[in-house]
Design a protein around this ligand. Structure first.
Ligand code: FAD
Length: 527
């Protein structure tokens, strides 16, 4: 603890709990922020409401009799810069998936599927040919993603630097055409221009809609698209070895190693700020004071704690379903399920199905053709299963359903969750030879090894406002003139001692640690 005399000595706070910085929130961003500060010699306490660290990056054993640790919420990593891993010295690996995606379809009464390898190859070319009848769409696919790959390479380093204006960044990156279609023109329009096939268009579009309840024609979709394609300079979505929990275990280790004090079960209920610094109290009555506060929960929560108006944001819009399988299901198309489920498995995600699902959900109904994507962690990394389960052929399956905004669950949270789960299962089963229920592991009480999380659950379990997986709507990673106060790192608030360190900071969102890094840099460079 610091003995610095500039701390508040307000009599309602004990003079013992004085720090250079208080970090609120022990998700991955809070841990990253705390560790950067501690490494720079600051005294840091981290306060977390829950009894465990991790927030949306936890692994759990949801079906206790089975030794299978699933990434309960987030499950793939793209946005985490190598620089953060190296700076913090964490021993955490992500693994490449050999398959990028598989999208089953029915054509002329026959079942087929678009299989796309991680790196373009003859099998992928053939699969495009089978779907579209020629090579044109495949060529366009390669051109489009090559252009974006160049943007990713050039823009990624800027994520860990002070923000630039849109004009500065555009000119430094030097890809004006790509910039235009990624940042300025609705991505739906761009996709319709560049591709002809409804299914190919949809596979591209899904990256613009993850967790984001919007139409393809809205620039909010571009923001989501950008974050899904520039991660760590490659945009590749990789499998966290050992599951998401392995990341948090390592972050916890380096935080403690560098002297961060971590207090669990410490729900912050009050934040006071004065020119001397910050005073914080928790539900259990503990008090802490510090020069700076880094808030790594949602900005809406921070606003509430400070008695301010919360920033507006879209509802979270996804269902997460976790499953343990006794074996992989066979597909009607006859493709090997080890190929189909190794990458992202898309269902009901043609361009027109995605737009239709958005319109249906907007009118207040759960889309019956629920768009969803799935992947099997254990095909790339079996270490999350016990050797015995692995040997018996068990696998995990993760399902992420789109266009299920929180508003659909308000009136009857459990009834609507069951309805959305049923829509997801029947959407998937249309392509399976073995219905998914027939391959789910069976628990001792006869129940099936499947758990579903609606946006309302995410709000209740994790404090994600209205289930928004990015805390609030994503912003472009530059200063765009809409800011109400000057910002440098994207972490600043209207209080010189309070910083946003979680996903809701500019350039936050997703499993990246970027918001935590940038908030720590804002504190370390402010004087
Ligand atoms: C279902 C789901 C799937 C996702 N899939 C992916 C994916 O595959 N890849 C990806 O990159 N991203 C994914 N995301 C998004 C990503 O997980 C989050 O954006 C990211 O983990 C947020 O991290 P964070 O540390 O900023 O905040 P959080 O993980 O939300 O952690 C915030 C922490 O603050 C604590 N807290 C809040 N208020 C208080 C308070 N008053 N006092 C004390 N503590 C408090 C909370 O308990 C929580 O532990 C997914 C999210 C969800 C929910």
């Amino acid at each position: 603890m610091s003995t610095d005399s500039k701390y508040s000595t307000d009599s309602k706070y004990s003079t013992d709990n004085k720090y250079d910085a208080i970090v609120v929130g022990g998700g991955h961003n809070g841990l990253v922020a705390a560790t950067y500060l501690a490494k720079a010699g600051k005294s840091v306490v981290l306060l977390e409401s829950a009894s465990e660290l991790g927030g949306a990056t936890t692994s759990v054993r949801p079906f206790p009799e089975y030794d299978a640790r699933l990434s309960r919420y987030s499950y793939l990593v793209s946005l985490l810069p190598d620089q953060i891993v190296a700076d913090l010295g964490i021993n955490f690996k992500t693994l490449e998936r050999s398959i990028a995606s598989y999208t089953p379809y029915k054509k002329g009464g026959k079942d087929g599927g678009l299989l796309i390898s991680q790196n373009w190859d003859a099998r992928t070319a053939e699969s495009f040919r089978e779907l579209t009848g020629g090579d044109e769409e495949g060529k366009k696919w390669q051109e489009f993603y090559n252009e974006i790959a160049e943007l990713a390479k050039r823009i990624a380093p800027y994520m860990l630097q002070p923000l630039k204006s849109a004009a500065e960044l555009k000119s430094e990156i030097g890809l004006p055409e790509v910039w235009k279609f990624m940042m300025e023109r609705p991505i739906g329009e761009v996709i319709q221009d560049r591709f002809q096939d409804d299914l190919v268009r949809g596979v591209v579009l899904t990256d613009a809609l993850i967790g984001t309840f919007t139409s393809a024609q809205d620039l909010q979709a571009n923001r989501c698209f950008l974050y899904h394609l520039i991660g760590n300079g490659t945009g590749q979505w990789r499998v966290p070895q050992g599951g998401m929990g392995a990341f948090v275990t390592e972050l916890n280790r380096v935080a403690l190693l560098n002297g961060v004090e971590i207090n669990l079960n410490s729900h912050v209920t009050d934040i006071d700020s004065s020119s001397n610094g910050i005073a914080v109290s928790t539900a259990s009555g503990d008090k802490y004071v510090a020069t700076d506060l880094l808030f790594a929960g949602a900005p809406q929560t921070l606003a509430k704690l400070r008695g301010k108006n919360a920033p507006s944001s879209l509802d979270g819009s996804q269902m997460k379903i976790n499953m343990l399988l006794s074996k992989l299901p066979r597909l009607k198309s006859g493709v090997d399920p080890k190929l189909a489920f190794a990458g992202t498995f898309h269902v009901n995600e043609t361009y027109s199905q995605l737009e239709k699902a958005y319109q249906v959900a907007k009118l207040g109904d759960i889309p019956s053709d629920l768009p969803l994507e799935m992947y099997c962690h254990t095909l790339t990394d079996p270490t999350i299963l016990s050797p015995e389960l692995s040997q018996r052929g068990f696998h995990t399956l993760t399902l992420f359903g789109l266009h299920t905004p929180a508003a659909l669950f308000d009136a009857d949270p459990s009834g609507a969750k069951e309805a959305a789960k049923a829509a997801a299962i029947s959407s998937l089963n249309q392509y399976l030879e073995d219905p998914i229920e027939s391959v789910l592991a069976v628990c001792g009480d006869g129940s099936l090894a499947i758990e579903a999380k609606s946006p309302i659950d995410l709000d209740n379990d994790l404090g994600l406002p209205r289930g928004n997986i990015f805390h609030r709507d994503l912003d472009f990673p530059f200063i765009d003139g809409t800011e109400s106060a000057p910002i440098k790192w994207g972490s600043e608030t209207d209080d010189a001692h309070i910083f946003l360190a979680g996903a809701g900071a500019r350039r936050g969102g997703g499993v990246s640690g970027i918001a935590g890094h940038n908030a720590a840099m804002a504190v370390l460079t402010k004087d």
